[in-house]
Design a protein around this ligand. Structure first.
Ligand code: SF4
Length: 731
């Protein structure tokens, strides 16, 4: 049998290693899907340190999606009411370049927006930054990661002075207590959950606490499930902190030596005694006390979270409230302990490293930092002042820009905002107003195709070579194993071609993605996410590797000349955890407590809209189903959308399971069949977010959600809005 190609599962941020082999193998029957089409053999890569050979149902069935409904050729149309016509790449690129020039000179560079994706490889992200932020001089590049984990980014930066989850997956095997909040890990990061549960089941003393308004599959395995009311996470965290403070279960030496702001923090948490917190959160004082006891008694406590925390109008405050618990107990920088955000997308972490949000530059730099701008301009061979000091538009601000007629060119790549954005009716109306939208993707149709003037066929992960970074900061080389269909091209190559035609030949003189990664890696030298020693060749030869390294973090090592001036020594060895020396990236090397009172939901329920709608994900589907909707096994697993309603609410509404209801919010309406279940608390209802207009009629969760966002991270509160529910009587 031929040697398999090693790559990475392109779904979630767990980043499981895959091995792929051609459909025809010597001595074996050709591997085919149900339609008879030959498909690649896919199995878990036992040598990948993050997943050790395991894959979930999405990774196991990925081969079925490679050939179906692929966008193969560039297409164009003059207006949205016309049919597309196939065009050459040259015609498409000329049209794009001409439009960019017109918009630049008539409206200015800030009228150009690109909306990218955690599906990008790091090379795609990097070249997009160089094109948009460097050569075009606008910071209007944002990614769907904004909707997923930008609160984790701002929380880490504010608490530690730099982004980056400090933990690693080995911590799951070494913790005494896993504190899971706002994450349905069993369904959304299943391989991590399996690993954690194995450890939990094996050791009687290991505790699993799950905080979630729903009784999810994750909560089913917990020692303690805190079904808090939506929007009361900060109350809970402050309530736990209050008890730890009153019980004197603090790491005074750590607080004294390695943190700032503890006294101000105490001034806030003293207002969160158990009766107040229990009442606000809707839990018992005994359960609150038990959670605090787990924090107090555990030698090593690991908190994990994802969108249930991040997708909130106070997302950054929630993230920092989790981190506060670690700082007051000294639970960071050691095995089995630390605050660990899980990313949704496979390369959301790589996007952060490459500067793929509208306030970032490559290498964990920011656009507002003059030195950072100067370093990057010099490195890219651009004149001083070319990079704008103003943060660009975030995802939702791009939609507002379209609505206001301020955006002259909207370029969407590898994501589907026509389903995933909040307040969908408003989003769709804004998309319709766009004078020129480029949509670059692998699949057609998707809901976004209806809003595009130009379609560009992108090669997907299997058809190009590049790197992705998973939630534990592990970088994996994803090697190409099949030819792109039709004329599809890697995203980075498309961006580079546009850059060259705009007159930046020197900046985009690449032949291979390996050159792109090498250049990006050099730009990270001396930065917190230093990967300057890495290359495609290194990763091919040594396998997936984590950043960063103790040398890059140590403050007392002598600096040496680097590409951009003096830097600390390049990595000698990687460390699986950050902050093992408790030296943080703040100017005084101390972590910062964040003191926050809870503000609650941006849109609480009221008499008119008495229910809180919360949204989430299912085990077998991925985002807007562009890929999983094309895999039969996954479609069969989750054939329809639904709404979960508690039996008491169902009785009041007079509905039973499988009957239909109409759900209305201040913004829109959707219809779902009912699933009556005690998994959801009374007063709250749950809808999965995977169904767009392509897959079901009027079942879009985001038709109901709102765009109120965290003021720091600008991440919208997709997790909660107020709705009313009306039974639909059978005719
Ligand atoms: Fe892919 Fe995530 Fe499943 Fe791993 S856990 S196989 S990365 S979807």
């Amino acid at each position: 049998m031929a040697e398999p190609t090693k790559t990475l599962c392109p779904y979630c941020g767990v980043g499981c290693g895959l091995e792929v082999m051609a459909p025809a193998q010597p001595g074996k029957a050709v591997n085919r899907d149900k339609d008879g089409t030959p498909i690649w053999f896919v199995r878990g890569d036992r040598t990948h340190p993050s997943s050790q050979g395991m894959v979930c149902v999405k990774g196991a069935t990925i081969a079925e999606s490679l050939h179906k409904d692929r966008l193969r050729y560039p297409m164009m149309r003059e207006s949205l009411d016309q049919p597309f016509r196939q065009v050459s790449w040259d015609d498409a690129i000329v049209a794009i370049v001409n439009r960019i020039q017109v918009v630049r000179f008539t409206q200015g560079p800030d009228a150009i927006c690109m909306y990218g994706s955690g599906q990008f490889q790091t090379e795609d992200y990097y070249i997009a930054q160089k094109l948009i932020k460097g050569c075009l001089g606008t910071n209007n590049f944002d990614a769907n990661s904004r909707l997923c984990m930008s609160s984790a980014v701002s929380g880490y930066i504010q608490s530690f002075g730099a982004d980056g989850p400090p933990c690693c997956y080995d911590d799951l095997d070494e913790t005494d207590c896993a504190f899971l909040i706002g994450t349905n890990t069993a369904e959304c990061h299943p391989i991590l959950y399996n690993r954690l549960r194995k450890h939990h089941k094996k050791h009687r003393n290991v505790k699993l606490v799950v905080v979630d308004p729903r009784r999810t599959a994750t909560a089913d395995g917990a020692d303690l499930h805190l079904a808090i009311k939506p929007g009361t996470d900060i109350d809970l965290m402050n309530g736990i902190a209050y008890l730890l403070w009153r019980w004197h279960d603090l790491d005074h030496a750590f607080i004294e030596t390695h943190t700032n702001g503890f006294d101000q923090f105490v001034e806030v948490i003293r207002h969160y005694p158990p009766p107040v917190v229990a009442e606000r959160c809707g839990i018992s004082e005994a359960d609150l006390s038990m959670a605090a006891h787990f924090w107090a008694r555990s030698q090593r406590i690991l908190s994990m979270w994802s969108m249930g925390v991040n997708q909130s109008s106070e997302g950054t405050a929630k993230v920092r409230s989790i981190i506060n618990l670690h700082l007051m107990t000294g639970q960071i920088g050691k095995p089995g302990a630390g605050p660990f955000s899980l990313t949704g997308q496979p390369n959301a972490m790589g996007g952060r490293e490459a500067g793929g949000l509208s306030h970032l530059l490559p290498g964990y730099r920011t656009v507002q930092n003059a030195q950072h701008r100067e370093d990057v301009e010099r490195f890219w061979g651009l004149p001083p002042g070319k990079i704008s000091p103003s943060p660009g538009r975030t995802a939702w601000e791009m939609i507002l820009g379209l609505e206001m007629g301020e955006v002259g060119l909207f370029w969407v790549a590898a994501t589907n905002p026509a389903v995933s954005m909040p307040d969908l009716e408003r989003t769709k109306a804004a998309l319709k107003r766009s004078p020129f939208t480029i949509y670059q993707d692998c699949y057609t149709p998707t809901e976004m195709v209806d809003y595009a003037h130009i379609l560009l066929p992108a090669a997907q992960w299997s058809e190009k070579t590049g790197v992705m970074t998973n939630s534990e900061r592990r970088i994996t080389l994803c090697s190409q194993f099949r030819t792109p269909p039709g004329e599809a091209k890697p995203d980075w190559l498309i961006f580079a071609e546009v850059g060259r035609r705009l007159g930046f030949a020197k900046q985009f003189a690449y032949n291979y993605s390996a050159e792109v990664y090498k250049e990006f890696a050099r730009l990270t030298q001396g930065q917190p996410c230093d990967q300057s020693e890495l290359s495609h060749t290194y990763l091919f030869e040594h396998g997936a590797t984590q950043w960063a390294n103790p040398a890059a973090q140590a403050s007392d090592l002598p600096e040496k000349p680097g590409l951009l001036g003096l830097v600390r020594p390049a990595p000698a060895a990687v460390s699986s955890r950050l902050y093992v020396d408790h030296q943080f990236h703040t100017p005084d090397k101390r972590a910062r407590f964040g003191a926050y009172h809870s503000r609650g939901l941006a849109e609480p329920p009221d008499d008119r809209y008495p229910f809180v709608l919360t949204t989430g994900r299912l085990y077998g589907h991925w985002h807007t189903q562009s890929r999983t909707g094309r895999i039969e096994k996954l479609r069969v697993m989750h054939p329809n959308p639904f709404i979960e309603i508690h039996p008491k609410d169902a009785e009041k509404l007079g509905v039973k399971s499988d009957e239909w209801v109409e759900v209305r919010s201040r913004r829109g309406m959707a219809r779902f069949p009912v699933l009556v279940t005690k998994a959801i608390a009374p007063g709250t209802v749950f809808v999965p977010m995977h169904w767009g207009a392509l897959w079901a009629d009027q079942a879009e969760a985001n038709a109901l959600t709102h765009a109120e966002a965290c003021p720091d991270s600008r991440q919208p509160e997709l997790k909660a809005c107020a709705v009313e529910i009306l039974p639909i009587s059978a005719e």
